[in-house]
Design a protein. Structure first.
Length: 196
């Protein structure tokens, strides 16, 4: 049976070293990516909501772990971004600590890490570092190619092939939240991880 993710409420935001992050053992899906990967917008598309997840045209909006509860049963979480080289170093480290601390604290409940990659630029060094870290944690991952509405069909094929080389053996889904392309496939992919 196919579950929609539209029965959703905001649960809470978590900052680094927040007490009691091990709130319960609900199964969880987390979303990671560099800044401005259209990550929060993708979550809104999955939830079929316009602006439940806060988005911004200024990169760097998501700075906390924002947790949403679906069907009172699952968590879908928007994690902060990583790898913005120009950022003030201490702050960058704090965000990356938040990601790693969160992933490690919640490791046993996380059923999938959805990792967004810029389809035009391809995987950057910071993406590959994050990817290796996720594999090291032995968490299942789905690679999502973002921003595909900026590509021609030919460029998209190249981008998918390139991602297949960078992320050997991984599931790769190319999505556009604004055009609602392949969102359903991603939802099914997430669902399969949750009901496993
Ligand atoms: N053309 C187009 N623009 C989009 C799409 N999705 C998001 N955007 C725009 O891209 C900008 C950034 O989107 P966000 O969803 O906030 O990106 P994010 O990855 O969460 O960014 P940070 O949290 O700031 O790191 C916003 O101005 C969105 O309106 C899309 O599918 N197509
Ligand atoms: Mg965001």
């Amino acid at each position: 049976m196919w579950i929609k993710f539209n029965e959703v409420v905001f649960y809470k935001s978590v900052s680094l070293w927040a007490e009691q992050v091990l709130f319960d053992n609900k199964k969880e899906i987390v979303f990671v990516g560099r800044s401005n990967m259209w990550k929060s917008s993708l979550m809104n598309a999955i939830f079929e909501k316009k602006d439940l997840v806060k988005t911004s045209s200024t990169p760097g909006k998501t700075r906390l772990a924002n947790i949403f509860t679906v069907w009172k049963k699952y968590y879908l979480t928007d994690l902060p971004w990583y790898g913005f080289a120009k950022l003030w170093r201490d702050f960058k480290e704090q965000l990356e600590w938040l990601i790693s601390w969160y992933l490690e604290e919640r490791k046993s409940s996380i059923k999938k890490v959805v990792m967004l990659i810029d389809s035009k630029l391809g995987a950057q060094e910071s993406d590959l570092d994050m990817y290796k870290y996720i594999l090291w944690l032995e968490l299942p991952v789905t690679i999502v190619l973002s921003k595909i509405d900026k590509l021609s069909k030919n460029e998209l094929m190249k981008s998918i092939n390139h991602a297949k080389e960078s992320f050997f053996w991984q599931e790769i889904i190319a999505v556009s939240s604004s055009k609602n392309i392949w969102i359903l496939d991603l939802c099914k992919n997430i669902q399969a991880a949750l009901i496993k």
